[in-house]
Design a protein around this ligand. Structure first.
Ligand SMILES: [Zn+2]
Length: 351
């Protein structure tokens, strides 16, 4: 099976320093491109469909001389786009909405997508992010689209379905989903999280047979509403680890329920990448590879992937990213911008 072989090859790289290099997608059909951009423990994930339409999930942090906005613009340029059609703000924490102002100063944006108004009005950083976002909207330059679970984003070339947002989750299963989840046995949950995280937007992307899950910073208890007792999300080929791989999210019920083949943890050196969350992903049945944007200091030697799977190693930061190029067949290539190596991942498993 190609998936198993290639993922075995990918692991072999880490051990034997061999190669699992493949050619770029071939054929006439254009691929879908996904960039997992390093914004130092925040989120900025850019999707560009074969039709050239684009969705950015979150904008990283404010400040740092526009570091995160510059990295997003560089990814957009690499993808061949000069406008970002939709910028989805999962929630109003500063590692998600913070970079919106600087990004808007650097590249045209069509519309912002959000879950509604800020729900954490007693938190100064959330209010700062919210106020700056409101100011941006007040310029009148941008359309604002507020969405709820079950809504589909108006983007051509891939299907983006909102599955959580505003404190609610899908009320019925997606297509190819809805079976009983065998991973719902009680596990001691982490402390409850009633911050803006609870209101995070999250989505499922369907591109042919390939399903990707990204729930933003959704807390554990809300994840359970999505996958227990029945799994409303079904199986996902790619899992963007919830909440940067922080242990307040990433329950076994979610991760082992959706059984990803490939997981990507958008963590920083000192943010996310918790050992227990890492263990849950690593022990997920059928997982082939866990990519991390950063070596996690908290994870140490025992809870980090091999260097082949890390975009940024321990020490000075290079701002490296992962680029995923998905063929219409669902097969995809993961490029690590630090090493230039490409892992060729086979077609999605059929269930
Ligand atoms: Zn976050």
């Amino acid at each position: 099976m190609k998936l198993a072989r290639c993922i075995f090859q990918a692991f072999a790289i880490a051990i034997f320093f061999g190669q699992c290099v493949s050619s770029a997608p071939t054929g006439n059909s254009k691929p879908l491109q996904i960039y997992c951009i390093d914004v130092e423990g925040g989120q900025a994930t850019l999707f560009v469909t074969p039709q050239g339409e684009s969705l950015l999930i979150d904008t990283g942090w404010d400040g740092f001389n526009g570091r995160d906005a510059d990295r997003i613009v560089a990814a957009a340029k690499d993808a061949g786009i000069s406008t970002i059609d939709y910028v989805l703000i999962t929630h109003y924490h500063s590692d998600h909405v913070g970079g919106a102002r600087q990004l808007a100063a650097r590249i045209p944006i069509g519309a912002f997508v959000d879950h509604g108004d800020n729900m954490e009005t007693n938190d100064a950083p959330a209010m700062t992010g919210w106020n700056a976002y409101q100011k941006l909207l007040a310029s009148g330059k941008y359309k604002r689209i507020t969405v709820k679970p079950g809504d589909t984003l108006p983007i051509r070339g891939a299907e983006f379905i909102i599955v959580n947002g505003g404190g609610k989750v899908l009320d019925k299963p997606l297509s190819n989903a809805g079976t009983k989840n065998e991973n719902c046995e009680p596990v001691p949950p982490p402390a409850a999280d009633h911050t803006e995280n609870e209101f995070s937007l999250g989505l499922v992307m369907n591109f042919g047979n390939l399903r990707l899950v990204d729930l933003g910073d959704l807390p554990w208890a809300k994840e359970l509403e999505l996958v227990c007792p029945v799994n409303k999300l079904g199986h996902a080929y790619i899992y963007i680890a919830t909440h940067h791989g922080f242990n307040g999210s990433g329950s076994p019920a979610l991760v082992h329920g959706i059984t990803p083949s490939v997981a990507i943890m958008e963590n920083g050196a000192k943010k996310g990448g918790s050992p227990s969350a890492w263990d849950t992903v690593r022990s997920s049945p059928g997982l082939g590879a866990l990519y991390q944007l950063h070596w996690s200091e908290e994870g140490g030697a025992a809870h980090n992937s091999a260097s082949h799977f890390l975009a940024n190693l321990e020490g000075p930061d290079g701002g490296h990213y992962f680029k995923i190029t998905v063929r219409p067949s669902g097969e995809f290539v993961v490029l690590n911008s630090r090493t230039g190596q490409r892992d060729d991942i086979g077609p999605p498993r059929l269930y």
